[in-house]
Design a protein around this ligand. Structure first.
Ligand SMILES: Cc1cc2nc3c(=O)[nH]c(=O)nc-3n(C[C@H](O)[C@H](O)[C@H](O)COP(=O)(O)OP(=O)(O)OC[C@H]3O[C@@H](n4cnc5c(N)ncnc54)[C@H](O)[C@@H]3O)c2cc1C
Length: 828
């Protein structure tokens, strides 16, 4: 009887928790269960009548019943909890608040809520381009890629050629985000992302040059906040490249903590164009500014103060943005940094007591003090496009060249890519190329639907650029000396050298992973936390408790459901979790649903327990960010597989990605549990998430070896994995030489096998004085036609594996030492 009642109690509790039942239903269920415990089965069925027994049996129901009465609940539970929560919940500063308000939530909120509504993901528009955008990609973008000589750009000129610059300006590349009404191309986020991608696959320096004016900067800021006069004055000129913009936020003392900048503007009167004018006296010291050395228009961020109250009551107005022409009196600009020895323009700018009129402020005085919000709003969308584009295409480009090289390069008599040790990193690149392209396309589509996905863009930024670094390293390793020896024939080294740039900009990766993603996600995308914090920060206690009570009640039922859901999914390995499809991928949808539930549970408890300490406990929040990122990647991959019509050939890639991600998620959870500061919660979470232990395995050696083999074959699979990269088949081109060799080597594959077999058998002897292929023809092993095909393959391979050498005194530079910087000053 007691066993039956215990089981009934557990089943009832799990059901109520899963249904997020209101508290009165819990009270009712507790009353029924309590009454059942009073039944005796001794000598037939009868009800016990002792009063104490009944009181104890019904006590839980009564207590729960008290919570069902709002006034009592507020007095007993909500008010004390409110006081406690006020102390432990993270405080949100003004800049954080503005960053939070700047973005929108979408699929991230579904994952945080623990029960992703798959329809919401599947309804997002497909990553498509308009006919005009596609024509631009096939026309001017292909043209400019063909024009770029990356060695000349990065080594000989340390700049794009004048022809490339002019072409970029004339064709509107610098004004893709500017609307047509202002003479811009008005391209979608998807198109901008693909244009930047393709160019960056040819030259990272050119990619960054195009990316920057189309990312956070004067163009976007003017489009969104500019006054009519500012739009009129600048947008058409920016769109046509008659103005080159840069945006200066970073300074020597303000890197990641950009809001801590020391640059100031003081509202005052001064003489401007012969008249007494209200304006701002600006002093700034900015560095690392992309395009600054060639910019004609500088976007500047600074703290604005109004000590004489010329604008109103507020003295410290806050971060404000201005547009200052580069040739304005007092502006210092033009010097260059040398970022990772890349050729894109980057440098410092300074100014001291430069007086600018009020209409230099972006949006005019109305937007004075709104700078941080404006920047965060633009960042939420810009970060979803630019660096994911560069990161993803770098992965795909690394795969494109490495898959060819690994096939044509032979050592020990076989292509190096066939060796298991090499196939391992090569297949990792295949998985990454598929997964990150999926996430890039999906996120750009979200932006095109009007979302400003601040959390997803943050995680995508650090994930893609980290993975880019891994893949480029893999590519370097597979190429060996061919990629180390720099020169005009080297197609990898520039990308390798510039990986730290992408890691650093638009929110350095360590900070973005360990501080921003989970903490901001929890605040923004958690279904109740934001409301609770807002309630806790209300000045009026009564109103605060009222608002807190609503959020807190929901939060408790949310937590109970996550506990029950995690446990049930853990016991069934996700077999009953939600899936929107019934086909070969449904198990992976279920795994995402399962782990989203666990993520919601652990995320919730992590925030609740750590509270304001979340910013300090970055290793925990970094792991939680990784779990969220993996769930997002899995979602994006499933979406891509559907969008592309469930291509059978891609199934193995999707399966492999999913296995890896599930494994990574389990490891991240294990890391959280092992390091969670509270032992009770730690063990409880472990039991709820992995009641039967962890069992996932990453993709097997066999599966992944197949992927490596498949990608070394020219054809649809290889093209799909590397789509969006610039591909030349011209044997005189830096990467075309590889494509040419691959095609010829594959054409000669069968002949080569016969030939090698003959060499191994000793039927043909390799000798210095004779061509072994000719011997093979004479020995009747090959026909003349075979020999010609084999020779073509051999010659093409020989061309493709060559590296550059230079005259003894051709290397080294005689450039002057820098005038600033520690060693520069010492040398002066
Ligand atoms: C090539 C290049 C181009 C750039 N272009 C521009 C531009 O056009 N305009 C512009 O305004 N800026 C630009 N930047 C600046 C860029 O945004 C900053 O470099 C970036 O914000 C990081 O600042 P920092 O380099 O000073 O690193 P720091 O802020 O000194 O950070 C050092 C390390 O500490 C970590 N860190 C810092 N704070 C935290 C924290 N709270 N928690 C955990 N980790 C933390 C960071 O992740 C990083 O790893 C550019 C930079 C480069 C290198």
């Amino acid at each position: 009887m007691w066993l039956m009642l215990t089981l009934l109690g557990i089943a009832g509790a799990l059901t109520l928790a899963m249904r997020r039942a209101p508290v009165w239903q819990w009270a009712l269920a507790a009353a029924v269960l309590g009454a059942l415990t009073r039944i005796s089965t001794e000598n037939g069925l009868w009800l016990r009548t002792d009063v104490t027994g009944w009181v104890l049996a019904l006590l839980p129901a009564v207590l729960l019943g008290l919570f069902a009465v709002p006034a009592l609940r507020k007095a007993i539970l909500t008010a004390p909890a409110y006081g406690m929560v006020k102390k432990i919940l993270p405080r949100v500063s003004r800049t954080e608040q503005e960053a939070l308000d700047a973005g929108t939530v979408g699929w991230d909120a579904e994952l945080f809520a623990g029960r992703p509504d798959w329809r919401k993901l599947l309804e997002i528009r497909k990553p498509t381009l308009s006919a005009e955008e596609q024509a631009f990609l096939d026309g001017p973008v292909e043209q400019v890629c063909a024009m770029i000589d990356d060695w000349q750009t990065r080594h000989e000129r340390a700049d794009l050629s004048p022809e490339v610059w002019q072409f970029l300006k004339d064709k509107g590349f610098l004004g893709m985000l500017i609307g047509r009404e202002h003479g811009g191309l008005g391209f979608s986020a998807q198109a901008q992302s693909q244009v930047v991608s393709k160019i960056a696959s040819r030259s990272v320096a050119a990619g960054i040059t195009v990316m920057v004016p189309n990312s956070l900067g004067p163009g976007e800021l003017l489009e969104k906040y500019g006054t009519a006069a500012q739009k009129e004055k600048y947008l058409a000129r920016l769109a046509k490249g008659q103005e080159v913009p840069c945006f200066a936020l970073t300074g020597p003392h303000a890197g990641s903590d950009a809001a801590g900048m020391r640059d100031i503007g003081v509202v005052c009167h001064d003489i401007y164009e012969g008249k007494k004018t209200l304006g701002v006296r600006l002093s700034w010291d900015k560095r690392y500014i992309t395009l600054a050395p060639v910019a004609t228009l500088i976007g500047l961020a600074f703290h604005l103060t109004d000590p004489d109250h010329l604008l109103g009551d507020t003295e410290n107005i806050g971060i404000t943005l201005a547009l200052v022409p580069a040739d304005f009196k007092g502006v210092e600009i033009g010097r260059r940094h040398y970022p990772a020895r890349s050729a894109f323009m980057n440098g410092p700018t300074r100014g001291r007591n430069v007086f600018v009129p009020m209409d230099f402020l972006i949006g005019g005085t109305e937007y004075a003090g709104q700078g941080w919000r404006m920047l965060m709003e633009c960042l939420a969308t810009g970060r979803a496009i630019s660096l994911p584009a560069i990161g993803t295409v770098s992965i795909k480009q690394a795969l494109r060249v490495t898959s060819a090289y690994a096939r044509i390069r032979r050592q020990f008599g076989i292509p190096v890519g066939m060796m298991e040790g090499v196939a391992e990193p090569l297949s990792r690149m295949v998985r990454s190329a598929y997964a990150y392209e999926a996430a890039r396309g999906l996120t750009a589509s979200m932006v095109d639907e009007g979302q400003r996905p601040s959390v997803l863009s943050a995680l995508l930024k650090y994930k893609t650029t980290d993975e880019m670094r891994n893949c480029v390293n893999d590519a370097m390793d597979i190429h060996g000396g061919r990629a180390v020896q720099d020169g005009p024939s080297n197609y990898l080294f520039a990308g390798y050298a510039t990986t730290p740039v992408a890691i650093t900009v638009e929110g350095a990766n360590i900070l973005t992973r360990s501080l921003i993603t989970f903490a901001q996600g929890a605040l923004r995308a958690h279904p109740y936390l934001y409301a609770e914090i807002a309630a806790a920060q209300q000045a009026d206690r009564r109103e605060g408790i009222e608002a807190f009570d609503r959020a807190f009640s929901g939060h408790i039922s949310f937590m109970l459901r996550n506990m029950a859901g995690s446990l049930l999914h853990g016991l069934s390995f996700g077999a009953f979790a939600a899936t929107p499809v019934q086909h070969e991928m449904s198990r992976w949808y279920r795994q995402v649903s399962r782990y989203a539930q666990s993520f919601a549970l652990v995320g919730d408890w992590t925030v609740a327990f750590l509270g304001g300490d979340l910013k300090r406990k970055q290793r925990l929040s970094g792991r939680m960010a990784d779990i969220l990122a993996d769930l997002y990647l899995m979602s994006a991959v499933l979406r891509r597989y559907e969008d592309e019509g469930r291509i059978a050939e891609d199934r193995a890639v999707v399966d492999a990605v999913m296995r890896d991600r599930v494994h990574a998620i389990e490891q991240s959870f294990a890391g959280v549990f092992a390091n969670f500061p509270n032992p009770v919660l730690r063990n409880l979470m472990r039991v709820l998430v992995f009641p039967l232990g962890r069992h996932s395995r990453p993709a097997s050696d066999r599966e992944t070896h197949r992927l490596a083999r498949a990608v070394m074959q020219p054809g649809e699979f290889r093209d799909r994995m590397t789509k969006g990269t610039y591909v030349s088949t011209d044997p005189r081109d830096v990467t075309g030489v590889l494509e040419d060799a691959l095609i010829k080597v594959i054409r000669a594959e069968e002949i080569e096998t016969r030939f090698i077999r003959a060499v191994k058998k000793g039927q043909v002897v390799r000798r210095l004085d004779r061509d072994a292929i000719t011997d093979a023809v004479e020995a009747g092993i090959l026909t003349e036609a075979d020999a010609a095909t084999l020779r073509l393959a051999d010659q093409a391979t020989d061309r493709a594996i060559r590296v550059d050498d230079f005259a003894f005194d051709a290397l080294g530079t005689r450039q002057s030492r820098p005038a600033t910087g520690m060693l520069g000053e010492a040398a002066e």
